[in-house]
Design a protein around this ligand. Structure first.
Ligand code: GDP
Ligand code: MG
Length: 608
């Protein structure tokens, strides 16, 4: 296929506006998959199917024969489609996908209208110089109001009515026009076929047999099986073992040419060698590196430890492989007196963290202990002696266990974000109350149509990571949407809360919060623990402590737990089965003192 007949594009939108459904239709209409072969074909991961959301961008190469018009000639076109996730926690995936795209289809739900991620994704695409094809989806819905969405798109982005398509991805109506618009409006890749080979790695995953599989965008020249290539980032050399297109399942080929997107294997056994955003070139040549993405800055950190130190190596291997496939996650080694050797991982949000944990379990069978998530704080130190000791006058910590002695700190700083919230007028009051309650400061408010408002708030990151999204949804019956970006640090007053179970400190649960929240958070943690920790054979006291002051306390009553009590008579096999099951359950526990705490408690305990 000549470069002029290639189109590389991503589908971007707010969550649930129909990206994966549109991708299904495009796959079907171009013959890549059979009609009605299933739902959300590109959502391949178990977690995506269970949660009904896309967490991983997926690529598919489609053949499309276009009849031609005044602008572009007829012929066979190669369309590389990338379906992206919509949730703010997975914006790293969108950002990477746009690296290999010259255009984006921006979908907007005809009923819900422009939402927070619609705004964020549109701005991202435009800032990368991509052509945006606006499409209103779900026009089949009874309460669809496409005219109103058109005026929102016009008001917010200045998009003209006659450039906006109206479709139903579910029923397939109007989808042919989307294909035509892709060919007409989106430019072919800016590729130089005759130049030396340059390729950009924009995704990767690990395969047991072949090692790392790299998704590569061929910017210039061509690549053949057997070629010797070098990573400009690491200087490492490789021999290309296999190449192919994703259609969407792998279709091997001998050569990939400038403008194309495809996969490559070159016997990379160590996942840590792969750099997303790296430029590959022919061995022995020097080329200018292609612009990669500045890695998304992780906002939320959590400790990850093997449940048992004997699993350290296997957990490390699982983490490295999964991080290869989720390059927004950062990983650094860490250790703790209670938990041993482990890692501190950085995520873009709590959903990102939860999905990562779930994928570790489902795809790698690993069930590590994950500590309570935290943001990164800063502390300005007092006194020349301390400054000398730390080698700096400002320390940074994300692990609450590293909370410094307040005596040596002159000021603490916490990260803040600028949040964009779009809500119908009728929920404005409750949304504002929620933001103010979370220590927010209003920046602006704009009407985007007769009864919808777009708000901007400065909010402490710590106040939104855990459950803000759930709250915004429930307080607005699901109508308000929310997106955010980091906005630096502001001075703050924070304290560390320790949790004790029968006097034993639970390191996984210590947390940092604003001083005004200490009692509330302490009480909340104690009651949640009372409900989440299974009863033991003895009474357990749960205490929340700030410094030497107890701010909250609860008791977990004693219980005699005899799982075989129900089995009377001599049915020994049944008894054995029950005892075995209890033993299985125990593996998912962590002992604190002499108390068994389920591993999942450490994260779920924070939710209000
Ligand atoms: P994504 O999060 O943007 O990928 O959205 P999905 O493709 O997963 O779709 C979210 C939901 O909207 C699913 O229940 C789809 O069946 C539904 N949906 C998608 N397109 C349409 C449409 O054109 N009409 C209607 N009525 N529902 C749609
Ligand atoms: Mg999707």
């Amino acid at each position: 296929v000549p470069v002029e007949n290639i189109r590389n594009f991503s589908i971007i939108a707010h969550v649930d506006h129909g990206k994966s459904t549109l991708a299904d239709r495009l796959l079907e209409m171009t013959g890549a998959v059979a009609f009605n072969s299933g739902h959300q074909i590109l959502d391949k991961l178990q977690v995506e199917r269970e949660r009904g959301i896309t967490v991983k961008a997926q690529t598919a190469s489609l053949d499309y024969s276009y009849e031609g018009d005044d602008k572009v000639p007829s012929g066979n076109y190669l369309l590389n489609l990338i379906d992206t996730p919509g949730h703010v926690d997975f914006c790293g995936e969108v950002s990477r996908s746009l690296l290999a795209s010259q255009g984006a289809i921006l979908l907007v739900d005809a009923n819900k209208g422009v939402q927070a991620q619609t705004v964020a994704n549109y701005r991202l695409a435009v800032s990368r110089g991509l052509v945006v094809v606006p499409v209103i989806n779900k026009i089949d819905l009874k309460n669809a109001d496409p005219d109103r969405v058109v005026s929102q798109l016009n008001k917010i982005f200045g998009l003209e009515e006659d450039t906006i398509l109206r479709i139903s991805a579910k029923l397939g109506s109007g989808v042919e026009d989307v294909l035509k618009a892709v060919v007409r409006e989106i430019p072919p890749p800016p590729a130089d076929v005759s130049a030396s080979f340059r390729g950009l790695v924009f995704d990767s995953w690990f395969d047991k047999y072949r090692g790392a599989v790299l998704l590569i965008y061929i910017r210039d020249g061509f690549l053949r099986v057997g070629d010797h290539i070098t990573s400009a980032q690491s200087g490492q050399n490789y021999e290309v073992r296999s190449l192919g297109l994703l259609r969407p399942s792998e279709e091997p080929c001998k050569m990939l040419c400038a403008g194309q997107v495809g996969y490559m294997t070159c016997n990379v056994r160590n996942p840590a060698e792969v750099h997303i955003g790296a430029t590959f070139h022919r061995k022995g040549e020097t080329v200018e590196q292609l612009p990669g993405v500045s890695a998304a800055t992780p906002l939320v950190f959590a400790g990850v430890y093997p449940s048992d130190q004997s699993q350290y190596t296997s957990l490390r291997s699982a983490l490295e492989k999964l991080v290869l496939n989720d390059s927004a996650v950062t990983m650094a080694t860490d250790s703790s007196p209670a938990l041993g050797q482990g890692w501190r991982l950085g995520f873009l949000g709590l959903l990102h963290l939860e999905v990562f944990g779930q994928r570790l379990e489902q795809e790698y069978g690993a069930e590590p202990v994950m500590t309570a998530p935290s943001v990164t704080y800063k502390a300005k130190l007092l006194g020349a002696k301390n400054i000398k000791k730390y080698g700096t006058d400002e320390i940074t910590f994300s692990n609450p266990a590293h909370f410094p002695d307040v005596q040596i700190v002159s000021e603490f700083y916490e990260p803040v974000v600028t949040a964009t919230i779009i809500t119908p007028d009728e929920y404005l009051g409750s949304v504002m109350t929620l933001c103010l309650d979370r220590r927010g400061q209003q920046i602006s408010s704009v009407n985007i149509d007769n009864d919808r408002v777009m708000l901007q708030f400065l909010l402490p990151l710590n106040e939104i990571i855990v459950d803000f999204h759930d709250y915004i949804k429930s307080t607005s019956s699901g109508y308000a949407s929310f997106d955010y970006e980091s906005s630096g640090y502001v001075p703050t007053k924070i304290v560390k809360i320790d949790i004790l179970l029968n006097g034993n400190k639970v390191e996984e649960l210590c947390t940092v919060c604003h001083f005004s929240r200490a009692v509330m958070v302490g009480r909340h943690l104690c009651t949640r623990l009372r409900d989440l920790v299974p009863r033991q054979l003895f009474q357990v006291a749960v205490q929340a402590v700030v410094g030497s002051k107890i701010v909250a306390r609860e008791n977990i009553k004693a219980l005699r737990k005899d799982v075989t009590a129900k089995c009377y008579g001599g049915d020994i096999t049944r008894k054995m089965k029950l005892l075995r099951r209890q033993a299985e359950g125990k593996k998912k526990m962590r002992m604190i003192g002499n108390i068994e705490v389920p591993k999942h408690t450490f994260i779920s305990v924070l939710k209000r």
